[in-house]
Design a protein around this ligand. Structure first.
Ligand SMILES: [Zn+2]
Length: 270
């Protein structure tokens, strides 16, 4: 599933591809992909709009349009957006198409169909429950400590909770906890001030390295430009079960936490 670095890469690469282009027509093949408004209304409302602004919040892409409305996309498991020349035909997994005044078409493709698209007046109606952005200067170690206080859930589960912190998913949670040397099974409330500071630094560092690598290309994710991301080559623990820890040589362990595979070094992380 695309996480903050993958979605950020998407926004950065789509910006030069889409900026200033206008939607000539729209088609929705799988109605449930458009969560809001209803698909017929969506097709009418998006027609004639121009792409003006490109933002990310958590794992959501926010495309600001010339009339002040926003097109919001969440890729979930297998969603992808690609700009194609007119002659490229949509396949059976393409559920929404936008024809642009450049002659190109924007394809939303999603084999598993978990992704969602919204067209809204005010993005905050959809995004207000998200926790802080990890790179927001107002998000401090003290803020993180407060958000974890009194929480008996595992620190891994809490990092995945988008209401606590926006944008971190399975890969970057495991990699952050390794860098901070914290056992993912520990209760969130058990982290000391010092450990919370280390985790705060680690989350930012791992996410930044992910962005610099244009994301982690495992099964499904590839950035809009087509060339794969490279951060998977830097993973210390994620999907390295039974392989030696790069730091100490102990085999990496895998456990299930919050119904998600969790990878860690039982020697380095305590
Ligand atoms: Zn180790």
């Amino acid at each position: 599933m695309p996480e903050l670095p993958e979605v950020e890469t998407y926004v950065r690469e789509l910006r030069p591809q889409l900026a200033g282009k206008r939607v000539v027509s729209a088609q929705v093949g799988w109605p449930r992909i458009v969560a809001q408004p209803d698909p017929a209304q969506f097709v009418g409302m998006i027609r004639g709009r121009r792409f003006d602004d490109f933002l990310r919040r958590g794992k959501y892409m926010i495309f600001g349009l010339d009339n002040g409305q926003s097109l919001i996309v969440h890729l979930r498991m297998t969603g992808e957006l690609r700009l194609h020349p007119a002659h490229v035909e949509a396949d059976q997994h393409t559920h929404m198409l936008l024809e642009l005044d450049s002659g190109e078409w924007l394809h939303y493709r999603d084999p598993r169909k978990f992704g969602r698209i919204w067209l809204v007046e005010d993005p905050s109606t959809l995004l207000h429950k998200l926790g802080p952005e990890p790179f927001d200067p107002d998000f401090t170690p003290a803020d993180l400590h407060e958000r974890l206080a009194g929480r008996s859930a595992s620190i891994k589960a809490l990092l995945l909770n988008q209401a606590i912190l926006a944008g971190v998913g399975n890969i970057y949670a495991d990699e952050s906890l390794f860098l901070a040397k914290i056992d993912p099974r520990r209760a969130g409330s058990s982290l000391s001030d010092e450990e919370t500071r280390a985790l705060h630094v680690a989350v930012r560092s791992v996410l930044q390295a992910g962005i610099d690598g244009r994301g982690s290309s495992l099964q499904n994710y590839a950035p809009p430009s087509g060339a794969k991301g490279s951060y998977q080559d830097q993973h210390q623990v994620f999907r390295r079960t039974d392989q030696p820890c790069y730091r100490c040589g102990t085999p990496i362990q895998r456990v299930i936490l919050a119904q998600r595979s969790t990878h860690f070094c039982p020697t380095c992380q305590e």
